[in-house]
Ligand binder design. Structure first.
Ligand code: CA
Length: 223
């Protein structure tokens, strides 16, 4: 899952980016509201994390502008303000949730997981497709009760497949949600990763779950 963080305090931005990357999310950062809006509308993010007080354009104006373009990307605002009015203004601008600074990183992560579940069928931290299970908190995968060791990127790819089961995913869509801005899409790296993942997840198990859709991409489905 790919997240955009818009935060002008570089130390805080780096802290959030690092923490999210350690949890295997792909993360891009913008340091002002205008750049943030440009990135939020040009790319397909799974989640936006916005500071409210930003140079050039506030976080609230940013989210209003994103919503005006009919983008429903789940959005969490970070606010140093703690009055009820400020929280109401944040939610009314189109944000889905807010977190007051300073915050515990564990709470940020829990809110991120909760927002990523919204609109999805899964309301639990455990994703399931057939006899394959993926725990989005511990990042552990099991098939038929047997543990599967995954690298960081394999985990991200599997999480994305499982959250989008039965949906055909093109290589472009996959790259947009799994890799950050610096990813070079001109390579066959996605096929390489999908093949590695398929060897671990499907080899020796039934039913096969990762299927190639010729000329398009991949789909995760039962049979
Ligand atoms: Ca700020």
């Amino acid at each position: 899952m790919r997240i955009l963080v818009v935060e002008d305090e570089k130390k805080v931005a780096r802290f959030i980016q690092q923490g999210l990357e350690e949890e295997l999310y792909a993360v891009d950062v913008a340091h002002d509201g205008e750049k943030g809006l440009q990135m939020a509308t040009a790319e397909n993010y799974d989640l936006l994390i916005l500071d409210v007080m930003l140079p050039k354009m506030s976080g609230l104006d940013l989210i209003k502008a994103v919503r005006a373009k009919h983008k429903t990307t789940p959005t969490l605002i970070l606010t140093a303000k703690t009055t009820t009015e400020d929280k109401v203004a944040g939610l009314d601008s189109g944000a889905d949730d807010y977190l007051t600074k300073p915050f515990a990183f564990e709470e940020l992560l829990a809110r991120v997981r909760s927002l990523l579940r919204r609109g999805a069928q899964e309301k639990s931290t455990l994703l399931r497709v057939s006899n394959l299970e993926l725990d989005t908190v511990t990042h552990k995968a099991k098939r038929n009760g047997k543990s599967i060791d995954l690298t960081a990127k394999e985990y991200s790819l599997l999480e994305y497949f499982m959250r989008n089961r039965d949906r055909v995913l093109s290589r472009t869509i996959i790259s947009e949600h799994i890799w950050d801005y610096n990813f070079d899409t001109g390579t066959n790296i996605i096929d390489v990763y999908v093949n590695h993942l398929r060897n671990k997840v499907d080899e020796g198990f039934e039913p096969k779950l990762i299927h190639t859709v010729r000329g398009v991409g991949y789909v995760m489905k039962e049979g």
